[in-house]
Design a protein around this ligand. Structure first.
Ligand code: 13P
Ligand code: SF4
Length: 433
């Protein structure tokens, strides 16, 4: 199977081979080098996340900005970049560790020393206290987390600073603080007879360090999609209800599976007073869901599942819990990227799997397990466009700089945010999936 990048290149050049003839991509612009967007941003003065799934998302002004990638890396062929990356890695040896999220493109994952989901990569950063540099091929919030958890003298490097997460940007510290103050007016701050406080803040790993710090300061915790249920249990032991941000779908799907009725999960719209709720709805709530979502997982729908079941009787449908509730309900199972990987690895008989998560990961699983038929529920090739901004050119650039003793694109979280964020993260790391 060709890589997602190759498929997009073929589609856009209208040279699709027969097995790609019916394929389409959500954004032919993805075929261009990600540096085109750095340039477009610089010229237009209007920051945007660019192509694909997050096309409509405008990056917040506070997002780190990627400068121009030197021409030599833009012009280098794939083969040349391969030689240069391997040489730089060999020169650095144990001084540098490369981490790659499951959603990274194949052309980057092949250089990763660890590949995993966000929970595993947070742990992987901890297992290499000897490495001077952690090159995080993922998105900005993951690199921030690695910086918070790593030793102060370890440099965490994000090869392309424009690799953000549009969902993470849907909740910012000012809106969450405003929400918290409004909730305090409704609930007060006194614990009930069982010692449970009115509300516990829970942030998904896909959030800024500032929000993790907020949770650390207010008795809250971080979760990932692999430990969300354990984390919610932790929170319900300590609080009467949970404020869950930024992903409404992970919050709703997890709480629903734990038996929380939908009527007790009001949505908080940060643009409206009381989040668009009346006081009674908030008083009756168990989980208050922030109005955030993932643009990639929002693309999955029940019709795609029905089509897969009609075409492949017996198909196993597995989706990520960032998918809307109807999709999770219609699937056979739902879980984190690692859950999906393990479910496929555990299948002893040849099986057809229809997967609802990011295409790079699905295609890699299909190549790794040829005994099974594995395909993405979304027929349109639509990678996470921000993850996609980590191109081998950027990896070669930061690695070669390290060899020269230069640290580029270092992600540093200020100590006043990092300290409480670490409290919330360590609570999470203790809550095993
Ligand atoms: P995982 O926590 O499953 O790695 O997912 C991260 C993510 O960004 C999913 O969209
Ligand atoms: Fe963010 Fe969605 Fe991309 Fe995950 S897939 S990094 S949630 S935009």
């Amino acid at each position: 199977m060709s890589s997602v990048n190759t498929a997009i290149q073929l589609i856009t050049r209208e040279q699709a081979a027969s097995n790609l003839a019916a394929a389409s991509t959500c954004s032919p612009a993805l075929a261009r080098g990600p540096w085109d967007y750095d340039l477009a941003e610089a010229l237009a003065g209007a920051p945007a996340y660019g192509p694909g799934a997050s096309a409509a998302d405008v990056a917040p002004a506070s997002s780190p900005r990627q400068g121009q990638l030197p021409e030599e890396y833009k012009l280098a062929s794939d083969a040349e970049l391969d030689v240069r990356i391997r040489a730089a890695k060999a020169a650095l040896g144990d001084r540098a560790v490369v981490l790659g999220h499951f959603y990274q493109r194949d052309e980057v994952v092949e250089y990763a020393d660890f590949v995993g989901d966000s929970f595993q990569l947070a742990n992987a950063a901890l297992t290499r206290p000897d490495a001077e540099a952690i090159i995080f091929c993922g998105v900005h919030f993951m690199a921030e987390t690695a910086d918070i958890l790593s030793r102060p003298d370890q440099a965490v490097i994000l090869p392309n600073l424009a690799a953000g997460c549009s969902m993470a940007d849907m909740a910012d510290i000012d809106s969450v603080t405003e929400c918290w103050e409004q909730l305090a007016e409704v609930f007060g701050t006194e614990p009930d007879a069982d010692g449970r406080v009115p509300v516990i803040p829970v942030t998904y790993m896909n959030s800024s360090a500032a929000l993790k710090g907020f949770c650390g300061e207010h008795g809250g915790i971080v979760c990932t999609s692999s430990n969300a249920a354990t984390v919610l249990e932790w929170a319900f032991e300590r609080g009467q209800r949970v404020l869950f941000f930024p992903d409404q779908h992970l919050g709703r799907n997890t709480a629903k599976a734990m038996g929380v009725p939908l009527e007790q999960m009001p949505m908080w719209n940060p643009r409206k007073d009381l989040g668009g709720n009346d006081e009674q709805a908030l008083l009756d709530s168990r989980v208050i869901l922030w109005h955030g979502f993932c643009s990639v997982h929002k693309r999955f729908n029940v019709g795609q599942i029905e089509k897969a079941r009609a075409e492949f009787p017996g198909v196993q449908v597995i989706v990520h819990p960032e998918c809307p509730m109807e999709v999770v309900d219609a699937a056979d199972s739902a879980g984190s990227t690692d859950f999906i990987k393990k479910a496929i690895a555990a299948a002893t008989e040849p099986t057809v799997f229809a997967i609802g998560t990011e295409i790079n990961m699905v295609n890699r699983l299909a190549a790794e397990y040829p005994q099974h038929t594995i395909f993405c529920l979304d027929p349109v090739i639509c990678p996470c466009s921000t993850m996609y901004r980590i191109h081998p050119g950027y990896l070669a650039w930061v690695l070669e700089a390290l060899v020269r003793g230069e640290v580029l694109n270092r992600i540093t979280v200020d100590e006043d945010v990092a300290a409480p964020a670490k409290v919330a993260l360590e609570r999470m790391l203790a809550a095993r999936p």
